[in-house]
Design a protein around this ligand. Structure first.
Ligand SMILES: NC(=O)c1ccc[n+]([C@@H]2O[C@H](COP(=O)([O-])OP(=O)(O)OC[C@H]3O[C@@H](n4cnc5c(N)ncnc54)[C@H](OP(=O)(O)O)[C@@H]3O)[C@@H](O)[C@H]2O)c1
Length: 413
């Protein structure tokens, strides 16, 4: 078999550049070739010269349907970093990949756009047995992985038990890029009803209750087996993560009649209940002012990076993310799962997670693992339903994440 091509669209973006550095020094570098595509030759040339590598480049606009088709056909997997995804017409790449049997991954966090892609291309991708996998960055691999691991840990020793309430608390040190700010603006420019903020927005099922539920400003959870209590404030990225975890749950449900009513929540980990209230209120007030008071927005924008910009490598290297998930179950045990990622969550961990997601689809799996059956059927999938143990092992083996998961006898909290 010839060496597979990994196509990178939006190769000039801030996020793609770190992904390329990672791929160019990867231990399996001789097992794949790269093809970089973007809008401007001079910018692509600069990327190549910074990398000091000989890599083919292709100038390609996403309005050029024929050009997109030809490039996609040549690749075995495409990674797309050109976002905001809805705004820059990622649909052209997704459509071509689904029709021509080229796998696709991205770091999209736009729920309404993912929902539209599911509606339009899930069946096409199934016909060609192609995996279309959005959300392969920090949004939402850690959330999807931590619940996957919790479920696996539980069912390895209690096969008939199921997760019920599962909550992840995030501690994060990170930065933000101009592309992410542009994406946030593009999402919030839509009427609220079209933003797809519900965790049920990516599946063809309706939520069990229709009661209006106010957001929890201060969540609390015991760490089973200890006296430690976790406090959580509102996490602005939670709605998208929850929608991805819910879609993974939906695929599990297709083979499992026994779901007891799985619930998933995410919070920022905070030191006390009062602080959680203050932080949650602060998040609401800040976003409220930013989106409804033009003068405030103008002032804040002066300090935010523009598209193409982001923090220095030195700053990004100091970043990290630590997650702790407590999952309740249908039996007398709880599951504690911890995940640690070194480096800026959005602009180091994201780049490595996305790279490993693409490699999971085209390189031989780590020994003892294989892609889940659903990956061979294709569709618009989630990171863990498409890549399962293969991605988990790749991320561990290449030092992208450290994970541990254990069962603890339920002490009654
Ligand atoms: N999920 C996560 O955890 C995560 C983390 C980081 C980033 N992201 C997302 O990744 C995306 C990229 O962020 P970034 O900061 O890397 O963005 P960026 O540096 O602003 O790069 C945007 C890219 O899109 C290209 N582009 C601009 N307009 C285009 C158009 N009309 N058609 C095709 N391509 C176009 C740009 O090409 P030129 O260079 O030619 O302008 C550039 O390559 C954003 O959506 C962001 O939210 C997600």
């Amino acid at each position: 078999m010839s060496t597979p091509y990994i196509g990178i669209y939006g190769a000039t973006s801030f996020t793609a550049r770190e992904c390329l550095t990672y791929l160019c020094s990867h231990s399996e570098k001789d097992k794949f070739q790269l093809s970089l595509a973007g809008r401007t030759q001079t910018k692509l040339d600069k990327v190549i010269s910074d990398l000091n590598e000989k890599i083919e480049t292709v100038v390609l606009l996403l309005t050029d349907e024929q050009g997109v088709k030809e490039w996609v056909k040549k690749c075995q997997v495409v990674i797309n970093f050109a976002g905001p995804y809805a705004l820059y017409n990622a649909e052209a790449l997704i459509k071509a990949c689904a029709e021509h049997g080229t796998h696709y991954v991205d770091v999209c966090g736009e729920a309404y756009f993912v929902a539209k892609m599911i509606e339009r291309y899930h069946d096409t991708a199934k016909k060609t047995k192609t995996c279309i996998v959005p959300a392969c960055g920090f949004d939402a691999v850690p959330s999807d992985l931590i619940v996957y691991l919790a479920r696996q840990t539980l069912q390895n020793s209690h096969p008939s038990a199921r997760l019920t309430k599962s909550t992840t608390f995030f501690s994060v040190r990170g930065t933000v890029s101009g592309g992410t700010i542009a994406t946030l603006r593009s999402t919030l420019s839509l009427p609220p009803s079209q933003r797809g903020g519900s965790q049920w927005s990516l599946i063809p099922l309706t939520p069990p209750t229709s009661k209006t539920k106010w957001p929890t400003f201060a969540a609390t959870e015991y760490v089973p087996g200890t006296k430690e209590k976790l406090y959580g404030a509102i996490f602005p990225f939670a709605p998208f993560d929850k929608a991805i975890v819910r879609r993974s749950w939906y695929f599990t449900l297709l083979h499992d009649e026994k779901d007891p009513g799985f619930r998933y929540e995410e919070y920022v980990k905070i030191g006390s209940v009062w602080l959680a209230w203050i932080v949650s209120l602060g998040v609401y007030v800040f976003f409220g002012l930013y989106f409804f008071v033009p003068l405030f927005r103008k002032l804040v924008d002066r300090f935010l990076p523009q598209p193409g910009q982001g923090a220095t490598l030195e700053k990004r290297k100091k970043g990290w993310a630590r997650l702790i998930n407590v999952s309740h179950t249908t039996t007398n045990v709880k599951v504690i799962t911890k995940l640690f990622a070194k480096g800026d969550p959005g602009y180091i961990a994201t780049c490595y997670m996305c790279a490993e997601s693409a490699l999971s689809l085209v390189l031989p799996p780590p020994s003892g693992t294989s892609l889940p059956d659903i990956a061979h059927q294709g569709g618009v999938l989630t990171p863990m339903t498409a890549l399962g143990d293969v991605l988990k092992e790749r991320l561990k083996r290449n030092g992208v994440v450290e994970v541990e998961s254990e069962l603890v006898i339920d002490s009654g909290h």
